[in-house]
Structure formats: C-alpha cells, structure tokens
Design a protein around this ligand. Structure first.
Ligand code: NZQ
Ligand code: ZN
Length: 421
C-alpha cells in the first residue's frame, strides 16, 4: 500500500511578482559599479559597509576607484556589524543627509545592505526610522534614496529582496520591514568576491538560503508543481555546490551557483503561487524564532541559528502537512516511504510516512552539520535559562500566536527551543 498522503490536486494561488533589481553578474563586475550608478544619473553615493572585510580584501578600494572613474562622488560609512543595529542606521541617515547623497551603495552582505535600506527609507522621514519597522508610520517613496549593492556573501538575499532587518539594542527587538520600496535598483554580483569567505560564513549563508526556500515551500497551500520543482531543484543544487565551495573556496562555479541561488531563494520567485491572499508565501516560523537568538546575541550568525531551529521546527509541525515533507524528501533527497504491503514490512503506512519524513529532516540537518553548522542551541551558547527572555521578545514581535503551516503558541515555541537544546 502506497503512502496515504499522495498530494491531491494542485493549488496555484494568485500572486504578484516583480524583480526590479538589475542583476549584473560575473567575474570582475565590481569594476562596473561606478558606470552602473552614473548611467542612472546618481552623483553622490553613501558607501555603506561592514566591519572591515571589504577593506582587507581590497573590494572597497576597487569600488571607490570605479566610482571615481565614473565621476560619482562618495562618502564612506563603515561599521555595520553582523545583525546590524538601529543606532548605526540612524547615524547613517544623518550622514546621508549631511552629504546630500542621492544613492546608498552597500558593499557587503545582508548586514550592510539592510543598513543601507534603513538609511534610504529613513532619509526623507522626519521621525525616527524605527517607526517604519514598528509600523507606526508607513514608508514613503517620495524622497526615498535608491539602494545599490556590491554583494560579498550569498546568504540573506537582501540584494534583491523586499526586506530589511534591524535590531534595536535597547529593547532587543529585531524587526524586519518588508516593502517593495526596499528592492535595490542594481546588484553587482561577482562570485570571485566570495572566495575570501571563511567556511563558517559560507555554511551559514547556504543554510539561510535553504531556509528562505523552505519557509516558502512549507506554506499551507497545496502543491504548485512549477514552484515546488524550482524550490527542490535549488535545494538539490545547494546540496551539490556547498561542499565544493567549502572544500575549495576558489571553486568559481560552486561560488557562482550558490550566489545565484541566494538571489532566487529570496526575491520571492521561490514562493510564487504559494502565498495566501497575494502575500509572501509561508509563515516564516523558523526565521521568527531565529531572529530572537541573533537579537539577544548578535554574535550568533543568522544562518547558524537557522541550522538549529529549522529542523527542530520541522520535527514539531510535520504532522500538520505530511504531504509537503514527503515532497521535499522525494524531490530533494530521494527519500520515499516504503510500500509496506509490497515490501512485506511489518509497519503501517502511517509509520512508513513518519519514517520517511523524519529521514528527510535528518538528511537536511546532516547537510547543515556537514558544512560545519551547529546542531544544538548549546553550541551557540544558548541555555534553558535564556528561553524565557527569547519568548518575551518573540511574543512582542509575533503576537501570542504565529505561523502558518501550524499555528504556534508561545508554549509551542518554548517546546521547540527546548527540543533544540
Ligand atoms: O562585517 P565584515 O567585516 O564585512 O564581515 C562579514 C561578516 O562578519 C563577513 N563577510 C562578508 N563578506 C565577506 C566576509 N568575509 C570575508 N570575505 C567576504 N567576501 O561575513 C560576516 C557576515 O556578513 P553579514 O552581512 O552579516 O551576513 P548576511 O548576509 O548573512 O546578513 C545577515 C543579516 O541579514 C539579515 C539577518 O537577520 C542578519 O541581520 N537578513 C536579512 C534579510 C533580508 N534583508 O532580506 C533576510 C534574511 O532572512 C535575514 O534575516
Ligand atoms: Zn534568512
């Protein structure tokens, strides 16, 4: 007897998808940064970057030289930390106004790009930019600065996403702001810039990319074959490419495929037809629970937190929709439930499904761990004593109940955190 959870029908929901970001991809494209900005009429760039990797690798120097060559003036604003802070973005807003910048150019990863996005939206807003993240005020297009980026780490997908995530260190609230206004106008993506990534950051990035695909894949909607195949195909490519990039950091094709996967994972293509009421697909449960970890301890890489939380969430909720998990298992990992009758197995079909689902989750977690990601919260320095504080900010961010595949209360969230200790 075959699985009792054969997908029934297909369910293409309505959606609106736009990819306004111009992607300029390939070896050496960093040198075209100035020309790309000048061709759009920008005259003064606020150049936002992180804590020094782009200085050490020479990327910043090449970007500034290209701006000079194209006649684009620039003001530097470094120091965005991983899991960037609201206070730093506020400083950037003041500097952008003072310099009369007409474009914000991020050189780095999600942290630099999200800081740039916060600055770009904050410049025309008279109040505190945090109002936009708390939804006390709506972002406005009028006077908003355009954002451009030179990507140095495939991970957050911010180079083409509608999101920006900042942390208020005073309240420990990490909040995302999603608006189409956030999409960068141009993303320069040179895979060679990622050769210098430490293995841990490569792995955290790949994990985040997988999570962006899977948060969308695990929506409540039924099968959407085109999107499902796209999602599982991206995961399969990452399963192939990530070990190659860890083994040989200068494997161009591995780096290039991971970089492109990172963009496709989070520009919303990976969720088309799976969103409810035209919204973004999925309930983003793992991201919600991870953001509390990296807000309380910014030294936790977002991807590393996800490597622990996502499998724990999956094991907690899979019974709400076994079909989805079986599809992932079959399409990404070649894992299918055994046919208990045909193969004369002493088990029920339901037990065979459970075995297949849990095997698929184990495979996914084993993949993250094989790249060097942690398996437990303990490895991230998080203990049982920390959980009440995580739940407190989680509730402030998400409300008493959250999630889509299965609604989760704070008690459910506590159990998921505890299961990952
Ligand atoms: O700060 P520097 O010195 O530049 O070093 C960075 C940082 O330590 C380093 N790095 C980046 N490129 C490098 C490099 N080191 C050597 N060579 C290179 N080529 O890597 C570290 C991580 O960089 P970061 O920008 O923090 O990484 P990521 O892109 O993962 O961004 C993480 C942030 O993005 C948010 C996360 O929550 C977190 O705050 N997210 C943003 C999203 C969005 N805007 O759409 C969605 C995501 O789900 C995520 O929440
Ligand atoms: Zn993420």
């Amino acid at each position: 007897m075959k699985s009792p959870y054969v997908p029934r029908g297909t369910h293409m929901n309505d959606f609106s998808f736009s990819m306004p970001t111009q992607v300029v991809f390939g070896r050496g494209v960093t040198a075209r940064t100035g020309a790309e900005l000048a061709s759009r009429g920008y005259a003064h760039a606020l150049v936002v970057y992180g804590q020094g990797s782009v200085v050490r690798t020479g990327t910043l120097g090449r970007v500034l030289a290209s701006l000079d060559a194209a006649g684009v003036a620039h003001t530097e604003f470094g120091g965005a930390r991983p899991n960037p802070s609201l206070a730093h973005a506020r400083d950037g807003i003041a500097l952008a106004r003072e310099a009369a910048a007409d474009v914000v150019l991020a050189v780095g990863g999600g942290s630099a790009i999200d800081t740039a996005k916060g600055i770009a939206l904050g410049v025309p807003y008279e109040g505190d930019v945090w109002d936009l993240y708390t939804h006390a005020a709506a972002p406005v297009a009028d006077g908003k600065l355009p954002v451009a980026c030179v990507l140095t780490i495939p991970a957050a997908g911010s180079e083409a996403s509608a999101s920006s995530v900042l942390t208020d260190d005073e309240t420990l609230l990490k909040k995302g702001l999603s608006t189409e206004l956030n999409r960068p106008v141009v993303a320069l993506m040179d895979p060679e810039l990622t050769f210098t990534l430490p293995a841990y950051q490569t792995a955290a990035g790949v994990t985040d990319i997988c999570a962006h695909i899977l948060e969308r894949f695990f929506s409540t909607s039924g099968p959407v074959p085109v999107t499902d195949e796209l999602d599982c195909g991206l995961i399969r490519s990452l399963l192939d490419m990530a070990p190659r990039a860890i083994e040989d950091p200068e494997d161009y094709d591995a780096r290039a495929n991971i970089m492109w996967a990172g963009t496709l994972a989070h520009n919303d293509l990976a969720g088309c037809g799976r969103g409810v009421n035209g919204g973004r697909a999925g309930g983003w449960e793992s991201h919600g629970m991870e953001h509390e970890l990296s807000a309380h301890d910014p030294s936790i890489a977002h991807g590393a937190g996800l490597a622990v939380i996502m499998p724990a969430w999956m094991r907690y909720v899979w019974r709400s929709n076994p079909e989805r998990f079986l599809t992932l298992g079959a399409r990404a990992f070649d894992i299918e439930p055994v046919d208990v009758v045909e193969d004369c197995i002493d088990a029920t079909p339901e037990e065979a499904v459970e075995d297949a689902v849990l095997a698929a989750i184990d495979e996914l977690q084993a993949f993250f761990c094989s790249l060097g990601m942690p398996r437990t919260l303990g490895e991230l320095g998080v203990t049982a004593d920390d959980i009440p504080a995580l739940l407190e900010t989680l509730e402030l961010n998400k409300g008493a109940e959250f999630g889509q595949l299965q609604r989760l209360t704070m008690d459910d969230a506590r159990k998921i955190y505890e299961s990952a200790l």
